[in-house]
Design a binder for this molecule. Structure first.
Ligand SMILES: Nc1ncnc2c1ncn2[C@@H]1O[C@H](COP(=O)(O)OP(=O)(O)O)[C@@H](O)[C@H]1O
Ligand SMILES: CC(C)(COP(=O)(O)O)[C@@H](O)C(=O)NCCC(=O)O
Length: 317
């Protein structure tokens, strides 16, 4: 714990980029040319030096945590006289829209798959638990997509609890960014993975207080580890607008795209539209709901304006 007369006590230890990347020197499993090809093939935008300096030590740290948690779980079962039952190690990844949660989650999945015994790592995004557009409209929430109340929180909680509880097969609904809606006929099936990554804007929301004054349970109660991906708001806004501009020639132009009218916008009009959506929905959600959960994470990863991680804050106590 860092205690000084100037600063309040904190359960976090902080690493600058240099100190963190030095850990890579003592971290096994350096990237091979096959890994490099795999990551490139997946279209991951992360620079490979960044993968090696930042994400590889992070994967090693998680391996340490997952191993120790598994051992504690086994010892506890033995103490209680129960048959030990393997449960997945569950990692939550939170942060703003466009901060790079999906990229971080996909990259961590690939790195964790390289652990000894090649564990099965599944990745679930919480957008599948958004209410369908028709339901959002009925509730007057179409302009609040991504806010906590736009999700079927009970279904998400049940899903994570069942996976963590070791259920043989659990399924999650799927969201389609092209149609901007839930896909009614498809689901993602999760079959007892070794590691489950749950990625979404609101995964670190605390439990709500119910009408009778008792505190319910939150998805984060089932997390073994959580990561908050952080950056300056003005950088995230730029990433959001840049991504929006790129989507004009890809997802927005696809048949059935909810945003097909955006595909025709010229640069200036597209920037204006993206900034409007950013300010009225995503930035508001960031300020009101997402940023306040940052201190609940086990690890806060802070990026500079170029997506380079320059600070890691790890909860040690
Ligand atoms: N490490 C990175 N290096 C470079 N670009 C990145 C990195 N991570 C994300 N991006 C880019 O930033 C944008 C937002 O990332 P994304 O993973 O889609 O965010 P989120 O899932 O939080 O909405 C995308 O355009 C993505 O390509
Ligand atoms: C689908 C999202 C709510 C993200 O969901 P998540 O997987 O983080 O739960 C978000 O990407 C989104 O579409 N927000 C609505 C405003 C917008 O169109 O940017």
């Amino acid at each position: 714990m860092t205690v000084s007369p100037q600063s309040p006590p904190t359960p976090f230890v902080e690493f600058g980029r240099e100190a963190w990347s030095r850990l890579a020197a003592t971290t096994p499993l350096p990237l091979t040319s096959d890994d490099v090809a795999l990551l490139r093939g997946l279209g991951d935008p992360t620079d490979l030096t960044e993968v090696d300096d930042v994400y590889r030590p992070l994967s090693a740290l998680l391996q340490l945590y997952a191993g120790a948690t598994g051992a504690l779980h086994e010892a506890t079962s033995s103490f209680l006289g129960e048959r030990p039952r393997r449960t997945p190690y569950v990692i939550g990844i939170a942060g703003s829209v466009a901060v790079g949660k999906s990229s971080t989650a996909r990259l961590m999945r690939e790195l964790m798959r390289r652990w000894p015994q090649t564990p099965r790592v599944d990745l679930v995004t919480t957008d599948g638990f958004l209410y369908p557009n028709a339901e959002l409209e009925r509730r007057g929430l179409l302009q609040r997509k991504g806010f906590p109340e736009s999700y079927d929180r009970r279904a998400l909680l049940r899903f994570v609890a069942e996976v963590k509880g070791g259920a043989a097969e659990v399924s999650a609904p799927l969201y389609d960014h092209v149609t901007y809606d839930i896909v009614p006929e498809r689901r993602q099936v999760v079959r007892r993975p070794d590691v489950l990554i749950v990625e979404g804007l609101n995964v670190l929301q605390p439990a709500r207080i119910t009408a009778d004054g008792t505190t319910s349970i939150a998805v984060s109660d089932f997390f073994d580890f959580s990561i908050y991906v952080d950056a300056r708001r003005r950088d995230i806004k730029r990433w959001y607008v840049d991504r929006f501009l790129k989507l004009r020639s890809t997802a927005f132009s696809e048949p059935g795209s909810y945003f097909r009218h955006f595909a025709e916008l010229d640069d200036a009009a597209a920037v204006t539209r993206a900034e409007q959506i950013w300010t009225s929905i995503n930035e508001r959600n960031l300020r009101e709901n997402i940023e306040p959960t940052r201190g609940r994470a086990t690890l806060v990863v802070t990026k500079d304006a170029e997506h380079r991680v320059h600070r890691m804050r790890l909860r040690k106590l």
